[in-house]
Design a protein around this ligand. Structure first.
Ligand code: ADP
Length: 320
């Protein structure tokens, strides 16, 4: 059983990525799974080449440092030839209407005067990611479920038209993990590409910066520490972060804390502690480029081996 997950290097890995995904990948993933650093997807909107390259490398280091099985991690662009080839074949089985119907495309392109064509077609690249690796399950949130559905449609169509090549993937709800909200605006989820980084704790932030950001987190003027996500979203977010770092229940934690200052201090210290090891190990990996290159090449080789027969079959059966 192969599960495929991905993180996009559109910014440095943040606390939500870590508590909500990376930590689970390290704890529950197997060497059969695939974890992509999806740098090709990070090119669908304006990007800086040097920054993209360094963010992809950094995220690779973060995943390995967090304990994700290095054999299961690959940088997507290391397979750009394979993925590019299958994307073309799949684009030739997908209609414009199907791509234009994607909610993410509608949302991200709305009001833009110029839109990269890849923003329209990237769900087809995502289908190639999934189908080339033969993934059975793709754990995704609601926002990506439609893209996995498109991958199913394209797999079924290809198999029906040219012959059985692809495994039918399905989207699955990821195991309940922490959902971290922006510290400056708890109505939004914490995201690595947020305009204002004050509300985002990055995995590699030095401890004092983590403390400062958490100290400035938005709360409210009710002055009571209660776990009430609707009425007190800022306080509830801090309680959830603290709970995720200490493996405790946010409601129980609330009853042990007497005020916002105490809540922030406890949360800041728990986050600093939680990130300390991964930050240090990431730094050590970044300081040893030869080792990181070795790990990267090995992961890419494995992902390539897994997909080469399927790619050959798909090209041949579609007439190439
Ligand atoms: P981002 O929103 O930071 O660009 P990605 O789309 O690269 O994140 O997602 C990588 C993984 O991190 C996904 O599994 C996603 O569900 C998870 N994730 C991202 N942000 C958060 C968050 N604020 N809280 C919990 N999980 C998150």
């Amino acid at each position: 059983m192969i599960r495929l997950s991905a993180i996009t290097p559109s910014g440095p890995a943040q606390l939500g990525n870590y508590l909500g995904a990376i930590r689970q990948w390290a704890a529950e993933g197997t060497d059969q799974d695939v974890y992509f650093i999806s740098d090709l997807h990070a090119m669908t909107t304006s990007h800086n080449p040097a920054r993209l390259r360094s963010l992809a490398r950094e995220q690779l280091a973060v995943l390995i440092a967090a304990g994700v099985d290095p054999r299961s991690v690959a940088v997507q662009s290391d397979l750009v030839r394979e993925l590019g080839a299958l994307t073309w074949v799949l684009e030739c089985t997908c209609t414009y209407g199907e791509a234009a119907r994607m909610i993410q495309f509608k949302e991200k392109s709305a009001g833009q005067s110029s839109v990269r064509l890849s923003l329209l077609t990237y769900p087809v690249l995502m289908a190639a990611d999934i189908l080339l690796q033969g993934a059975h399950e793709v754990p995704v949130g609601d926002d990506q479920a439609q893209h996995v559905e498109l991958a199913r449609v394209l797999a079924r169509r290809f198999n029906g038209t040219y012959g059985e090549v692809f495994v039918m993937p399905k989207s699955v709800v990821p195991p309940t993990a922490a959902r971290v909200r922006d510290l400056a605006d708890p109505s939004r989820k914490m995201a690595k590409s947020a305009k204002d980084a004050a509300g985002t704790v990055f995995v590699l932030d030095p401890p004092d910066l983590v403390r400062r950001k958490i100290k400035r987190a938005v709360t409210d003027d009710l002055g009571v520490v209660r776990y009430a996500p609707d009425a007190q979203p800022g306080v509830a977010n801090l309680l959830e972060i603290l709970a995720a770092c200490t493996a405790k229940d946010p409601k129980e934690l609330a009853s042990t804390l007497s005020g916002y200052a105490e809540l922030k201090e406890a949360t800041a210290e728990a986050v600093v502690e939680e990130l300390r090891g991964v930050r240090e190990r990431t730094q050590a990996l970044l300081d040893d480029p030869a080792e990181l290159d070795r790990v990267r090449a090995h992961g890419a080789e494995r992902a390539r081996e897994r997909c080469s027969h399927r790619l050959d079959a798909a090209l041949r059966m579609s007439g190439l």
